[in-house]
Design a protein around this ligand. Structure first.
Ligand code: PCA
Length: 206
């Protein structure tokens, strides 16, 4: 079964993006780096899906400030950038897909994926928002591609914390990329093997 993982290039002046550093370490998958650019990122993702014809696609991005690995539940049809992307574009309240549905749910078993990462020893949870920047854009575009053209694919998005070298000299949560890679490996295994999803407590109050 072919599994495609994507990570992002660095953005916002950073030297590394832990999503790509971790994706490169996951065994047995196709790994593709996406530009942190609205539109172009989705063109690269689409080309990778057409090239590799995967059964499972997990896109991965950095969520600096989050303390754990988060499996995203929902992608929303909004581009609302707080900072410019790597091409200098900063869309405000534009749809990812004009006329598309307001949101898509991941077709990954999100509770099972988060539980699998925890069983592997990595703090992980389900997140109810992937934000409104390039990560949500790619997540929404992936789910739209699946819904309209590739209904067999199990797809979703995972956000990962800063790498330790990104928070040196300032207080903030981080996680070694080797540990992130262990979580991604467990998440891929769950995505391939768990039918439906597990009924586990994992919602949030706010
Ligand atoms: N994180 C950003 C975009 C690229 C990345 O790694 C985000 O969460 O939107």
């Amino acid at each position: 079964m072919t599994v495609l993982l994507t990570g992002f290039e660095p953005f916002d002046g950073a030297a590394v993006n832990p999503s790509w550093e971790a994706v490169k370490l996951v065994p047995g998958v196709r790994a593709v780096q996406l530009p942190c650019v609205f539109g172009r990122a989705l063109e690269h993702l689409r080309a990778a899906v057409l090239e590799h014809d995967p059964a499972v696609v997990v896109c991965v991005g950095q969520a600096g400030g989050r303390p754990d690995v988060t499996v995203e539940r929902v992608a929303v049809n909004i581009d609302d950038a707080r900072i410019p992307d790597n091409a200098g574009r900063q869309p405000i309240d534009e749809p990812v897909v004009p006329g598309g549905p307001a949101a898509y749910f991941a077709t990954l078993p999100v509770k099972a994926c988060a539980a699998a990462a925890r069983t592997a020893g990595v703090p992980a949870s389900v997140s109810q928002s992937a934000g409104t920047f390039v990560c949500n854009h790619v997540f929404y575009g992936l789910m739209h591609l699946i819904a309209t053209e590739r209904p067999g694919i199990r797809g979703g998005f995972v956000h990962v914390p800063f790498a330790p070298e990104q928070v040196l000299g300032r207080a903030g949560p981080s996680m070694p990329v080797t540990m992130v890679a262990e979580a991604l490996t467990a998440i891929v295994a769950a995505a391939v093997s768990v039918e439906g999803d597990l009924r586990l407590v994992g919602g949030s109050l706010h």
